[in-house]
Design a protein around this ligand. Structure first.
Ligand code: PEP
Ligand code: MG
Length: 758
């Protein structure tokens, strides 16, 4: 049964034509169950009815014609109850409706199961039989399992059909769903880019002239290196240097020791350059794709990108950029980092990639460039998107193809409001974050991931509240050396002279991992992460801390922050190692008399719920606390922050999260320890006001949110927001919290921020 089930689902998902896939499926189910009829009805949520789309057993003329209202007939009942309905004699059931055109007079037994995707009924699968009998438990279980498995394939298939059937006059538009890769909203024409060459289609061929092939390959490598230099130059000055390390990594892979060497060996053993390249790249891609780790799996796309670029140069072809429209939304099966670099400056307004996630290099680069992006969108034939208008909602990960007038107007209004607000708030960028009645809070920068320090220095922030050190470790093929790290950290520290710069020690594991340090775990977010890794590898930790301390010489503004702390011993051990690094370095460096190596403050991130109950003891061990609300939310609510299936449950305005945040603030004040928050919540107007009212001393956020949050703070009264907080803490659901906060922002004259989705 299981094999049959798999075969049916697989065949269905492979068939590009929805109609023929559905027809084939009803035939197969009817045959497998050995019954007289199998049918599928699809839900139309606008017209509120089910449409009979495929059947083996009912009259052919009724296909695509017969409809059953959501509250009508047995099919409607299955949809309403959202559970299987097994009836021995359907004709006698009170809700049975006689529809003569389907010709089911002889059919008595009925079993219907709903096809549900993400809580939404997409359709009904039914089987019928002449003999009046209940279908067996096994038959019912088979149909339920099949419906559940079909739901995802059907949701994808429907997405594709939907693009062509969009009704321009209707007052709604369905969206294709992906992952929000880079925030922002844009409207424009889609331009589909197909790879000019594709290594997967290269046939394997032998050669009699390996020397010539070797020479061709070497020329292609040289040209490819030059291409990456060109792309790096194109982006230099636009985004921070560490984002460009991806192209350095590509170049390293081209080296003799890596891919380059393996390709050369294959050529020498008699393969053409193209064949040798294909063999090596395919091998690497397979290895990466088989990995459990999501970050490493994404690297398969980087390798493919590199392989295709080499192939292009082997064939001595150029990327054709001539027919690009003036402004466009770049769409491709797999938008890669080099594709982005290629099209940057040429009217690139947005990005839609069928493959990839927010870990992809394309997404990381898109965030650095401030271009809205959707990654990993539902599978649709690309040709159906080319030159069609669309709305890219990079906040929600939704793509609206050929949106109707109403939606278009709504989004245009949103973009206008966003632009107007952005211009307006810019005016307060350099002013302090102070309420109308004189209460101040410090706003700091989150740096390292989403924007370069050089470009954020003038954002009006008071130093850096969170410098994420992972990126320079990620885009490489081995751990960076002490001097490389020192050089990088010095750049960051010196960009903010006399202002605090809080550097977080390496926080890999969970969803972030290093290509050269794979971690395979069933439960990575609860596993070897952050401080747990670096304490197990003091050589990595000490090297990083030494680099930070060395960079701090002559600066004195370094603060060190420890991620993922879950107990006191970790703090003690980390502090001991920091002290060790401090004393060793002090002894090594030759200070002139009286001078000393500056001692950094040490703080911890509050992101594991358990530590909330040990704040007092922890306060005695460190100099400051900083709440990582992104992780604290995921751990308090047990919701994976990157899992689209449970994303509706991930909410930092959940009363439990807000009460925990308020408790942390009270306990910190009691221990007189400085408290900041550096998760996404700090950059949301309502979130920032609640945190200010709770008593947080500092909020840390991405550069482009500083002015907005300053504006909001400068337009409220501290007393007012204390009252708002008091009421919020009495509410029981996130929904109540959201609607109350929206109401309050309207009352404070800040409703524009809610409406613009900022
Ligand atoms: C957090 O968890 O809130 C945080 C700031 O750290 P990261 O998002 O890097 O895990
Ligand atoms: Mg975190």
């Amino acid at each position: 049964m299981l094999t049959t089930l798999r075969r049916i689902v697989l065949e269905f998902s492979k068939n590009a034509e929805l109609d023929s896939a559905l027809n084939r499926m009803v035939e197969q189910i009817k045959e497998t169950i050995n019954t007289d009829c199998c049918s599928i009805y699809l839900a139309d949520h606008v017209k509120q009815h089910f449409l009979l789309v495929a059947s083996d057993g009912l009259a052919e003329r009724s296909l695509g014609q017969t409809t059953i209202g959501f509250t009508e007939g047995l099919v409607g009942l299955v949809g309403q109850r959202e559970e299987p309905l097994n009836i021995a004699n359907a004709q006698h059931h009170p809700q049975f409706i006689h529809a003569p055109e389907v010709e089911e007079d002889e059919l008595n037994a009925f079993l219907g199961t709903p096809i549900i995707h993400r809580r939404k009924v997409l359709g009904i699968l039914s089987i019928q039989q002449k003999q009046a009998r209940y279908f067996t438990e096994n038959e019912e279980a088979f149909l339920v399992t099949l419906s559940a498995q079909l739901a995802t394939s059907l949701a994808n298939a429907e997405a594709s059909v939907l693009i062509n059937e969009q009704d321009a006059n209707s007052h709604w538009t369905k969206a294709l769903h992906g992952v929000a890769g880079s925030s922002g909203v844009t409207i424009g024409e889609m331009f589909v880019v197909y790879p000019a060459v594709n290594l997967t289609t290269v046939p394997l061929q032998r050669t009699k002239t390996p020397e010539r092939q070797l020479q061709l390959f070497e020329e292609a490598v040289t040209k490819t290196r030059a291409d990456f230099d060109f792309l790096t130059n194109k982006l230099q000055g636009i985004i921070a240097d560490n984002f460009l390390d991806i192209f350095d990594m590509y170049k390293q892979l081209l080296d003799n020791a890596n891919i380059g060497k393996e390709v050369a060996q294959n050529i020498t053993s008699g393969w053409t350059a193209e064949s040798a390249l294909k063999q090596v790249i395919d091998g690497y891609v397979l290895q990466f794709e088989a990995l459990d780790d999501p970050y490493l799996r994404e690297r398969a796309s980087d390798i493919r990108d590199l392989g295709n670029r080499l192939l292009l140069n082997l064939k001595k072809l150029n990327i054709d950029e001539h027919q690009l429209p003036k402004e466009f939304i770049l769409v491709a099966e797999d938008v890669t980092a080099s594709m982005l670099a290629q099209y940057q400056h040429q009217g690139l307004k947005g990005i839609v990639s069928l493959e990839g996630s927010n870990n992809s290099h394309a997404a990381i680069l898109a965030r650095a460039l401030g271009v809205p992006a959707i990654m990993g969108i539902e599978k649709i034939p690309l040709s159906q998107l080319h030159q069609k208008d669309c709305i890219v909602d990079g906040y929600s990960g939704e793509l609206f193809v050929q949106p109707n007038e109403v939606l278009l107007r709504e989004y245009q209004h949103l973009i206008t409001q966003e632009t107007l607000l952005a211009d307006k708030v810019k005016r307060v960028e350099k002013l302090p974050a102070v309420t109308t009645d004189g209460h101040t809070i410090e706003l700091q920068l989150n740096a390292g991931l989403s924007s370069g320090v050089e470009h954020s220095k003038n954002s009006g922030a008071v130093g850096i509240g969170l410098y994420r050190t992972e990126i320079p470790f990620m885009n490489r093929s081995c751990f960076p050396s002490e001097s490389e790290q020192t050089h990088l950290y010095r750049q960051v520290l010196s960009a903010f002279p006399k202002q605090p710069v809080t550097m977080r020690t390496l926080d890999v594991g969970g969803d972030k991992s290093l290509p050269y340090f794979p971690i395979n775990e069933d439960n990575p977010f609860l596993g070897w992460r952050g401080i747990r890794i670096t304490l197990d590898h003091p050589e990595i930790f000490l090297l990083q801390v030494r680099a930070m301390l060395r960079a701090n010489v002559g600066q004195g503004n370094l603060e060190i922050m420890l991620p993922m702390i879950s107990n006191i011993v970790e703090v003690e051990e980390a502090t001991r190692l920091i002290n060790q690094a401090y004393y060793e370095l002090s002894a090594e460096l030759d200070f002139s008399q009286g001078d000393k190596l500056p001692r950094p403050k040490i703080g911890i991130m509050i992101e594991v719920p358990g530590v909330i109950y040990q704040l007092e003891e922890l306060a005695n061990k460190v100099d400051f606390f900083s709440v990582g609300s992104n992780d604290l939310t995921q751990y308090l609510l047990a919701v994976d922050r990157n899992n689209a299936r449970v994303s509706s449950l991930y909410n930092s305005y959940h009363p439990a999260v807000l009460r925990a945040l308020s408790y942390i603030a009270k306990q910190s004040a009691r221990s007189s320890i400085p408290l900041s928050l550096c998760g996404e919540l700090a950059s949301e107007p309502a979130g920032a006001l609640l945190l200010l009212a709770m008593g947080y001393d500092k909020l840390s956020m991405n550069a482009h949110n500083i002015a907005k949050i300053k504006w909001v703070i400068r337009h409220v009264d501290f007393h007012q927001i204390k009252m708002m907080l008091a009421h919020v803490l009495t509410l029981s659901t996130s929904k109540q919290v959201h609607s109350y906060l929206n109401e309050q922002l309207e009352q404070f004259g800040l409703g524009g921020f809610v409406r613009a989705g900022m």
